[in-house]
Design a protein around this ligand. Structure first.
Ligand code: ADP
Length: 200
């Protein structure tokens, strides 16, 4: 079976940490758009320079750019067993593009895990990281961008019946245990939720 997951949550909510744990446990790749975009910046190409201007300001890069990245990445063979999307989708437009892509591949998402963390905890956590866009004023703006552009996905995925709320304010190992409680039944569903139902 394939295990297709999205990790949703504000900056500093622990998506990256949890995605890494899931990759180890279930042997499915973590696809982090932030990492891919930072690699493009590092490469110093004209596209990378354009991406940098968004990252430095704490703004989202244009939807089409990340949708193209994801379409390409999901065509790689290592995603056959599943994937963990970390930081994508971040807008309703991106979520709709993802749904369309996955419908074409006949592999709908199994679950969207929303890591809930209060604003002050997020700012405290981001303050301990040393990324360029974690400077207080940019970090604060990224949380606003999340609330404005990404939080609508909570309702979007609730309507699809995919949303699972996880208390992300606890220590990482407890968050991992809560995520495990959600995923175990999906995996235990034998040949998996992605296989088409057979007549019985
Ligand atoms: P965090 O979740 O801590 O904000 P990320 O590494 O996921 O960190 O994202 C860093 C930055 O990369 C974002 O602020 C944004 O500029 C850009 N980015 C990442 N993913 C997306 C996306 N899906 N759509 C638009 N921009 C994105």
């Amino acid at each position: 079976m394939a295990l297709d997951l999205v990790l949703l949550g504000p900056p500093g909510s622990g998506k990256g940490t949890q995605a890494a744990g899931l990759t180890d446990k279930y042997r499915i790749p973590q696809i982090a758009t932030g990492d891919i975009l930072r690699a493009q910046v590092e490469a110093g190409t004209p596209q990378g320079q354009r991406v940098r201007s968004y990252l430095d300001r704490g703004e989202l890069v244009p939807d089409q750019l990340v949708v193209d990245i994801i379409r390409h990445r999901l065509s790689e063979p290592d995603t056959e067993a599943g994937f963990i999307l970390d930081g994508f989708p971040r807008t309703v437009t991106q979520a709709q593009a993802l749904d369309a892509m996955l419908a074409e591949l006949q592999r709908p998402l199994d679950a969207v895990l929303y890591l809930q963390v209060d604003r002050q905890s997020l700012l405290d956590r981001l303050g301990q990281r040393h990324r360029q866009d974690d400077r207080p004023e940019i970090a604060d703006h990224r949380i606003d961008v999340f609330l404005d552009q990404t939080a609508p996905l909570i309702g979007y995925y609730r309507d699809e019946g995919k949303l699972r709320l996880i208390d992300g304010s606890r220590p990482p190992e407890l968050v991992a245990a809560a995520i495990d409680d959600v995923i175990r039944p999906l995996v235990a569903a034998g040949d998996g939720p992605n296989t088409r139902p057979t007549a019985s």
